[in-house]
Design a protein around this ligand. Structure first.
Ligand code: NAD
Length: 490
């Protein structure tokens, strides 16, 4: 198999989007973006320093405190957001392709997640803010109390590389709707696509300073987290980085939401349908080449069906189409980076060393000699105490294990530091929902797993703090204020 990709075009992004302008970096650092499917250079981006972050925060602060954004009505903000959505949607297809080239996401997934969803989120929160009461008057012992919700202030958004567009917009859209301003710091692995948001915002007439974008690494990212001009940090990324960021926000008494890692379980009960389970794997386990925080890489199977499911998994994974992420037939693209490939291959070694039974995959595909490809790999007879069952691989390496009773299945699923996704496959939906209620996780599906943008999303335990999406996300960009007033207002 060979990988054919778009003709090499240097996609350079040498300036930052600050205060509505494309500005020169204060420093000289650059980052070379690499195409995941080929390992070839894709473009160059400027890397921000503390001084660039400072300028971006200054612009965001100014737009909120002195600029027009702080005084806008919800209807005015909604109008700006709808124009922004239109300009983003117009670029949807090319943005989706660009992200696929950066991180290897199959185009059939990139189109909805990077192409369409960001504009959809802007529209959703624009609608929501115009129908949400931000102020109410309640009777009090002394008279009345005006209970209001005000924007939390300047938001620092820090995002990872796996779903760069939608994860950024899951922060920007509710923040803008609430009346906040934003500094976005995307991940260097997806250095190029985030600036499409700057292009669209600029064209849509989003007022200067409302959205600022500065690509940076960890150091300048830390400068954003601890900047005195920032009121809230909205972070998506690894649990390891989340702990550091959360600790700093704790020290500063700064608002923070943390969307972190996972090691979720898919449960196949004794009455489950194998075909439904296999079809569901695209959403439960292999979405975005398993580089998804909700990836259900622990597969728990009722012992009476165990060998049947292990065999079906081996067959299914052997037949997955691994290849060019821009080809619509591709089911599994490359890992996002060489570092990520090395990590995933390392976990395959961990599986081998643990004595688990390798039933499919186990290395790099022989016919793909460039790019960061790895074979979908299944280990059976994994023990839930093994590293392969406890640590987040963030790649297509499955750990399959049997259980004897529903109670035991729930206990194994809950025996994890994480709690982000999950699924239950059963012929009896009520039984599945009953089990879903007992699993300590932020989201879980019965007979499928698919994100619902209208419902809260986030993690329990080490998978995070707070929720994104749904009307609930709006709350995390608003602060309550109680004004004690006279009874005349009632
Ligand atoms: P990462 O934590 O290495 O980096 C994420 C972002 O944080 C990047 O922009 C990075 O530059 C920045 N960063 C890292 N350390 C920082 C620090 N100390 N201060 C400020 N910024 C810092 O994660 P990654 O490798 O880019 O992404 C993969 C991880 O993200 C996985 O663990 C995955 O589960 C998680 N993730 C979670 C969700 C969710 O919603 N829960 C969604 C997608 C990915």
């Amino acid at each position: 198999m060979t990988v054919t990709v778009d003709a090499q075009t240097e996609l350079d992004r040498t300036r930052f989007f600050i205060d509505g302008e494309w500005v020169e970096p204060r420093g000289t650092d650059t980052h070379r973006a690499i195409e995941a499917a080929t390992g070839e250079p894709l473009g160059t981006a400027a890397m921000g320093t503390d001084a660039d972050v400072d300028a971006a925060v200054g612009a965001a602060r100014n737009a909120l405190d002195n600029g027009p954004w702080g005084d806008t009505t919800p209807a005015e903000r909604a109008e700006v957001m709808r124009r922004f959505a239109e300009r983003l949607a117009a670029r949807g297809e090319s943005t989706a392709r660009l992200v696929s080239r950066e991180n290897g996401m199959p185009i059939t997934l990139s189109n909805p997640f990077n192409g369409a969803a960001p504009a959809g989120l802007l529209q959703m929160y624009a609608d929501l803010i115009t129908t949400t009461a931000l102020e109410e008057v309640r009777p009090s012992q002394m008279g009345s109390t005006i209970v209001r919700r005000e924007p939390v202030g300047v938001v620092g958004g820090i995002t990872p590389w796996n779903y760069p567009q939608v994860l950024a917009m899951m922060k920007i859209a509710p923040a803008m709707a609430a009346g906040c301003t934003v500094v976005l710091k995307p991940s260097p692995e997806t250095a190029l696509d985030s600036y499409v948001m700057g292009d669209a915002a600029s064209e849509a007439g989003v007022p200067p300073g409302v959205l600022n974008i500065v690509l940076a690494g960890r150091e300048a990212g830390s400068a954003l987290v601890s900047h005195p001009g920032v009121d809230k940090i909205a972070f998506t990324g690894s649990t390891e980085a989340g702990r550091v960021i959360g600790a700093e926000c704790g020290r500063l008494i700064r608002r923070v939401t943390l969307e972190l890692g996972g090691k979720s379980a898919a449960l196949f009960l004794d009455d489950g349908d194998v075909q439904t389970f296999m079809t569901g794997l695209a959403g439960t386990t292999f979405m975005n080449n398993s580089q998804t925080c909700t990836t259900q890489a622990r597969i728990l199977v009722a012992r009476s069906r165990y060998e049947e499911v292990v065999e079906a998994l081996a067959e299914y994974t052997r037949n997955l189409v691994v290849g060019d992420p821009l080809d619509e037939r591709t089911q599994i693209g490359p890992m996002a980076s060489e570092r990520q490939l090395t990590r995933v291959l390392g976990y395959i070694d961990v599986g081998r060393d643990s004595g688990a039974r390798l039933v499919s995959g186990g290395g790099r595909p022989k016919d793909l000699d460039r790019g960061w490809f790895v074979e979908p790999t299944v280990f059976a007879d994994v023990d839930n105490s093994d590293r392969l069952a406890r640590e987040e691989v963030f790649g297509p390496v499955l750990a399959v294990m049997p259980f004897d009773t529903d109670d035991q299945a729930v206990a194994i699923a809950n025996d994890s530091n994480y709690g982000l996704g999950g699924s239950v496959f059963t012929a009896d939906e009520e039984r599945g929902i009953g089990i879903a209620r007992r699993i300590r996780t932020g989201t879980i599906g019965v007979n499928y797993y698919a994100l619902d943008l209208g419902a809260p999303f986030g993690g329990m335990k080490d998978s995070g703090l707070g929720r994104e999406l749904g009307p609930e996300a709006l709350n995390s960009y608003l602060e309550y204020k109680s004004i004690y007033a006279s009874a005349d207002r009632l």
